[in-house]
Design a protein around this ligand. Structure first.
Ligand code: ATP
Length: 235
């Protein structure tokens, strides 16, 4: 479904992403892991249209969408759950979701609101609460629900467990499992390497702007050498 070919993205003279290639098949959960500053966020933002790559291609079902702006990517079925969530703090939970459903009809929006309340009961309960009053775990659920409001074909998630208490990290990975079981296609950036490898079909390990290695989650979990080299001590 998604293919990234030799993608390079620069901040001025610094290439934060260097000739990275990866693919995500329909219904797959693919992880991207690696240390701070490896270029993971740059990779996702380059796909979502927030950054304009200097070289390489982003292909969606074989069609070239390289450098397309975020609204076009969203309409093409690519939704991003950004790092730090970036919710509208003054808008209620319901309003945050309705704004995100802008590509849908009024009826689809109403249906999806109900679906989100089922998938995230806490959001149903807090419908009229301004997003700025939510706890970290609730805010992360809202950020994910907001991305799902556009009924994306592929969901890009940037560090969904970052800064959450252990019980909420469990909730995020449980949710990834449920979305996968429901047939969603996910590309997930995570620093929590063990949990991500256990939750994904395949993963790519990034270092210094490059894809250093790839494999199934199971294969990579068994490679203690990778943990020593790229990911810190194995648990
Ligand atoms: P983290 O987990 O810390 O977010 P990451 O793997 O997502 O790390 P990126 O955020 O993509 O890494 O950053 C990759 C490199 O690009 C880093 O060296 C970072 O300092 C640099 N970088 C990121 N954003 C900018 C920017 N706006 N301007 C200049 N350099 C940047």
């Amino acid at each position: 479904m998604l293919a990234i070919e030799s993608l390079t993205t620069r901040y001025g003279s610094i290439a934060a992403l260097r000739s990275a290639s990866l693919r995500v098949g329909a219904g797959e959960v693919v992880g991207v892991i690696g240390p701070n500053g490896a270029g993971k966020t740059t990779l996702l933002n380059s796909v979502a249209g927030l950054l304009n790559p200097a070289a390489g291609r982003v292909l969606l079902d074989g069609g070239d969408v390289t450098g397309a702006p975020p609204d076009r990517m969203l309409r093409a079925g690519v939704a991003l759950v950004p790092e730090h969530r970036r919710l509208f703090a003054d808008l209620t939970v319901r309003e945050n979701l309705l704004v995100a459903g802008i590509t849908a009809t009024a009826r689809q929006r109403a249906e999806r609101l109900e679906e989100m309340a089922e998938l995230f009961p806490v959001l149903g309960d807090r419908r009229e609460t301004p997003a700025g009053y939510l706890s970290g775990g609730e805010a992360q659920q809202l950020a994910i629900a907001r991305a799902l409001m556009s009924a994306p074909r592929i969901l890009l998630m940037d560090e969904p467990s970052l800064g959450l208490a252990p019980a909420l990290v469990d909730l995020v990975f449980d949710l990834i499992g449920r979305l996968a079981a429901a047939g969603h296609t996910l590309l997930v950036v995570e620093q929590n390497a063990h949990r991500m490898l256990a939750a994904c079909d395949r993963a790519y390990i990034m270092r210094s702007g490059e894809i250093a290695t790839e494999g199934t989650g199971r294969e990579l979990l068994e490679r203690s050498d990778l943990f020593d080299t790229y990911l810190g001590p194995a648990e």
